[in-house]
Design a protein around this ligand. Sequence first.
Ligand SMILES: [Ca+2]
Ligand SMILES: [Ca+2]
Length: 506
Amino acid sequence: MDIQLARQGSRQSNGLQVRKLQSGFTRTHKPHFSLLLAIATLTFWLPPATSASAANPADSTNVLFIAIDDLNDWVGFLDGHLQAVTPHMDALAQRGCNFTNAHCDVPVCSPSRVSVMSGISATTHGSYELGPKYEQLPALTNIPTMQRYFKNNGYYTLAGGKVLHHGFGGRLSSDIDRSLGRMRNPAPPTLLNRPKHWSRAWDWGKYPETNTKMCDYQLAKTAAKALQEDFDQPFFMSIGFFRPHVPLYAPPKWFDIYDEESLMLPNNPRSDIEDLPENFLGINNYAAAPTHTEVIKYAKQRSLTHAYLASISFVDHCVGILLDALEASPHADNTLIVLWSDHGFHLGEKQHWAKRTLWEESTRVPLVFAGAGIKPGNTCMEPASLIDIYPTLIALCKLPVNPKLEGISLAPQLRDPEKPRAQPAITSSYAGNHSIRNRDWRLIVYDDGAEELYDHRNDPNEFDNVAHHSEYKKIRDELARWIPKKIAPEYKTKSERSRVGDRRKR
Ligand SMILES: [Ca+2]
Ligand SMILES: [Ca+2]
């Protein structure tokens, strides 16, 4: 029998009560918070560096930038799945600021990463899908990547794994001073679980036998070693982990920490889709993800959910290797850490799998700042966007303001997590479709005028579309003021323009 997830459990809660629910997590792996707080207060609440270009790099703030691929809110420090085992990321969230209402700019890998690394929204750069690389987008010709901006301001840049979707290629190749490698995780010689006619990417299971064969693990170890070095300059290290992106292969030990039969499955009543416009129902996920009908037909929901959670716990282990290495390094006290995922992930909610929608499952992401200069033990429920990372890091490291950026620094919320943010988090999926998410509400508008409106104070699962309830018109109109006015059409490379058909439809 399906068990309802945490968000369902908090349906009757207001924002404060939701937070109470979060703090109600009782995990044996959770560190003793009061002790952690005391240590963190002593160790990490240091005055920010005075200048990135200071003669002594010890006076500057280093950055450890950790990107995770396709990780939704199924982590212990958010309220997405109460059984998720993520001790290392939970500990990081507790020693820093956990933005519980953070959202991607675009709910798909490549454009989301372009937005993060450029600080520019898709409605300006025009990439809404896999395809164009950062360096191919005309709108970004004069926009330095975050890494390039730090490098130009005296930083030594290291990067490994999946940071930009296609890596730092072309004119971006010199943005990174040292590569830490960009391998792929291994795949088994034969299919493990997927029905044969499903996309090749959608297989999952216990493979390989050990962590040492996984490139995410190898990357964590390589980065851990690099963190022990002395650098002549402050460093900006970008690490991009591939899991829990499909295929969901991970060593057996990560599957074995969950009991598949008793796993909670998302509460996704068929009736939920009855009050939805058709626009993003059946959105095709680039023809890769299975439909919910297919998942149910082959009875794969439970084992896919298991594999997703196993992949999350595996990547949490990799994050732990990095954080332990930093803690043991000469840079423990003057390194700022940011951890984020490029977008969320559906596992059956609204009869959907994977991403590209404008609902909470697709847009909501983990976002944590911790380390040098960050007050520990904070939770911020104000809306935040991933495009805010770039201006935030600049502010925290005291680099010159980059006036071209479209995000807004989160530094005020890092000082006071209750400080209101005027701007909601805006997510766009394909040109002309937007989600506007503030502290309590989500408005979705589609390019044909269809709308959805959700009251997150009592409907965290977005079950009840109240867009057409007249009593909420004022709220709707307030949110609608934020709908982007200038919307860049989807930019397609030459080879993409030659493709026929609308990839959005199944
Ligand atoms: Ca992704
Ligand atoms: Ca509904």
